[in-house]
Ligand binder design. Structure first.
Ligand code: GLU
Length: 429
């Protein structure tokens, strides 16, 4: 079996084995069978409200000009402004953005945030851009999207290939054109210009919380639990660090080059994250090294795929030896693999619940921007914990009452809220 080696990224990702749109539509159909929802609503949810495509010209450092294609898919806004990341990646296209924007709709609904789903990006390899080029490209992209975004309309955030600085440039360009400082147009900014404390660590923190709750639910103790984490970017590294802090035994972590493994447990705090020092995992002392395929098949209690999408496929689903999979990345499990894992009794805690801390703290950031009142890190983490536990309990109720997988249960919670909102607002005209 071969899989694309995971790239480290700040939020999430996927490759093109199954397009995100195909998977998202299949998951919607499957979940709709468990909810009393009007067929018309399901049909509406299969289609995005709009997908904006723009040309983004860039003057390179040598004076030449290249033109890139940018997108913003706005899936649904029945519960509030569209919300979701902007990614810079060569595989960005309209279908991928649409599928990812659908996942954002469910993610915001499962967390009961007053947002809909959006996702966008530019088809570009960010590593091919100098810092100045990235800034110019981002500013022009902000200008091209100016008419479809805004703090009450559509609020972008970081994703693969973008970060807090990208959001700062984006916010600055938008604000300059609007003639006033509007921090709430994007989230994931540096705290000095209206970003929230704890936003960067949030997807990893929520992934760790989801893992902790799942371990407890299946009658295990954190102190006796072994964990493997694929990907050591912000999601994987923060999840691994917290789980270690809470007493779990993190035995293996990986980055794009491969994994290190110590059955007695690694010293996670000593391993630099991708942001601190890129591709440093294999430089650490450890008794064994593994490939990125092998880490997925380790016999551990909890496996956290937190790198790119489509890493658990029909080809390796039978070889996943973990009892619990917690999806730190967006879409790490293909639709076919999901069915195999379910049949084998492997519990999968889905991305739309597990990594939802990112967008949840984005919501806190948006509130802070609108209210012009900064929250402390303690406040942010306390509210995040409480939002995660509320969502966890809602999903757990569906798991128990309808005997569903955690993914189907999370979809049921999300879809019920969205369908009720659509029915209450009605179809106009
Ligand atoms: N890109 C992140 C995600 O996939 C966060 C989006 C946001 O904060 O709006 O959930």
């Amino acid at each position: 079996m071969t899989t694309t080696p995971p790239q480290q990224d700040d939020e999430s990702g996927e490759s093109d084995l199954d397009s995100a749109l195909v998977t998202a539509r299949r998951q919607l159909e499957r979940a709709a069978a468990h909810v009393d929802v009007d067929d018309g609503v399901v049909e509406r949810l299969k289609h995005p409200t709009r997908v904006e495509q723009v040309s983004v010209p860039l003057e390179r450092d040598d004076g030449s000009v290249d033109v890139f294609t940018g997108y913003r898919a706005q899936h649904d806004d029945v519960r509030g402004p569209y919300k979701g990341g902007l990614r810079y990646h060569p595989e960005v296209n309209a279908d991928e953005c649409t599928g990812l924007s659908m996942w954002m709709t469910w993610k915001c609904a499962v967390m009961d945030l007053p947002f809909g789903g959006g996702k966008g990006g530019i088809s570009v390899n960010p590593k091919s851009l100098s810092n100045d080029e990235k800034e110019r490209l981002t500013r022009r992209f902000a200008e091209e999207l100016r008419y479809v975004i805004g703090p009450t309309r559509d609020v972008p955030a970081p994703d693969m290939g973008t970060d807090a600085q990208t959001m700062a440039w984006f916010m600055d360009a938008y604000s300059m054109q609007q003639g006033e400082t509007i921090p709430g147009v994007v989230t994931g900014k540096p705290p000095v210009i209206g970003g929230s404390y704890g936003r960067q660590e949030a997807p990893g923190r929520s992934t760790a919380i989801a893992a902790r709750e799942a371990i407890d639910y299946y009658d295990k103790h954190l102190e006796e639990t072994t964990v493997a984490v694929q990907g050591f970017g912000s999601v994987g590294a923060n999840a691994a660090r917290l789980l270690e802090e809470w007493g779990a035994n993190v035995v293996s972590v990986s980055d794009v080059n491969g994994a290190i493994y110590d059955p007695d447990g690694l010293d996670i705090g000593a391993i630099p994250t991708h942001e601190e020092e890129p591709e440093a995992v294999l430089e650490q002392d450890a008794p064994e090294t593994l490939s990125n395929e092998e880490i997925l098949e380790l016999d551990v209690d909890v496996l956290i795929p937190a790198a790119i999408g489509n890493v658990i496929t029909a080809d390796n689903a039978d070889d996943i030896a973990a009892d619990i999979v917690v999806e730190g990345a967006n879409g790490p499990t293909t639709f076919a693999a999901d069915t195999i894992l379910e049949e084998r009794g492997v519990h999968v805690i889905p991305d739309i619940l597990a990594n939802a801390g990112g967008v949840t703290v984005s919501y806190f950031e948006w509130l802070q921007d609108i209210n012009r009142r900064k929250w402390s890190l303690e406040e942010v983490n306390k509210e995040l914990e409480s939002k995660m536990l509320d969502a966890w309990k809602e999903v757990r109720t569906e798991v128990e009452e309808k005997e569903l997988s955690w993914r189907d249960a999370a979809y049921v919670v999300a879809l019920s809220r969205i369908a009720e909102a659509k029915a209450t607002r009605g179809l106009w005209p």
